[in-house]
Design a protein around this ligand. Structure first.
Ligand code: GYE
Length: 329
């Protein structure tokens, strides 16, 4: 038995064990038909948010559903760990590599190694920046620019509804040089650009992490005090951190300060329903099914779509929020 066969046996045995201990909620109803034997290496960014954990759970669940052996690596928010994981996938001769690049730059070398080894690569969730067009097969992830646009358009409607003449915004951004950070910023800025009432006082890096979101908000409140009309935060975790700080400063989030978030996990929807968040733009982490379908197609040498965006919506205080189903993350 060579090392790849051994690895597949170990992963299969482990999958059986997890299946035995899994609650009924882990098993999904209709099992997809798949006869393709496949070892998929997946490098995840980390566990920084409910979104990320939901994404990991979905990838694991769908790999099991499709009978795909998964070699899963968590990089703990570190690009070098991701590069090392991809090198391990190449050494193990996985059939397909999928990964969510924490930042956009720095991937050319390792992806050239994957290409030379003949292993197709799927970008999941985030994009890379490169002059090469032949290093990856496709991108499966959200349209972050459009999410920013939806956030900006909501704010214009809200300012109209409240009759605001001047709107001072602070922006708490995600991980610097990551695709969602760059595109959520650009989409929002473009959407409000021609509205003379809108002023971005400051954009500050919260790294998609709750504690950083809180720190950023503390700094912003010290600097601008009650001049702040709006917080636009690039993910739910940073929003939660910011809300705690706003309340600690004696202000009422959702009323004294308009709060706009992105992701739409269960906790954010609950807080939206309580009125402490005004708008949440959905970003779905449920990308597992597309990833598995695409990996199978690549293994079989079939063509795949270069970019696949899931459908996304907006939740806000403009709507009846009583019938939003469980979010699953
Ligand atoms: O919004 C955030 C996560 O890349 C879309 O990363 C993802 C973002 C998501 O940590 O919560």
């Amino acid at each position: 038995m060579n090392s790849k066969q051994l690895l597949k046996k170990i992963i299969a045995a482990f999958s059986c064990l997890t299946m035995m201990f899994c609650s009924p909620a882990c098993t999904s109803g209709d099992k997809p038909q798949n006869d393709t034997e496949l070892l998929l290496g997946f490098s995840q960014i980390g566990s920084e948010s409910a979104w990320r954990i939901g994404n990991t759970n979905d990838i694991e669940k769908q790999a099991q559903n499709y009978g795909i052996s998964l070699m899963f690596e968590n990089a703990n928010q570190n690009r070098e760990n991701q590069i090392a994981a991809i090198r391990r996938f190449i050494a193990y001769k996985v059939d397909v590599i999928a990964f969510s690049p924490i930042v956009e730059d720095g991937w050319d070398n390792v992806l050239t190694e994957a290409k030379d080894a003949g292993i197709p690569v799927i970008l999941v969730d985030r994009d890379i920046s490169t002059d090469r067009t032949d290093l990856t097969a496709c991108l499966i992830g959200a349209d972050f620019y459009n999410e920013g646009v939806m956030a900006g358009e909501y704010l214009i409607r809200k300012a109209d509804a409240l009759g605001l003449e001047e709107v001072n915004i602070v922006e708490i951004t995600g991980t610097a040089n990551s695709t969602p950070m760059r595109q959520r910023q650009a989409g929002f800025a473009d959407a409000i650009a021609s509205d003379g009432r809108m002023h971005i006082l400051e954009s500050i890096d919260g790294d998609f992490i709750k504690s950083r979101g809180a720190e950023c908000m503390r700094t912003l409140l010290e600097e601008y005090g009650d001049r702040i009309d709006v917080v636009y935060s690039h993910n739910d975790e940073m929003t939660f951190g910011a809300i705690n700080e706003i309340e600690a400063a004696g202000l009422v989030p959702g009323r004294d300060i308009i709060i706009i978030s992105i992701d739409g996990g269960q906790e954010a929807i609950d807080i939206l329903s309580q009125g402490k968040i005004n708008c949440v733009v959905e970003c779905t982490p449920m990308l597992g099914r597309e990833v598995m379908e695409t990996a199978i197609r690549l293994k079989n040498g079939e063509e795949v779509e270069p970019v696949i965006h899931p459908q996304e919506r907006i939740f806000s205080d403009e709507q009846d929020l009583s019938n939003i189903g469980p979010r699953g993350y």
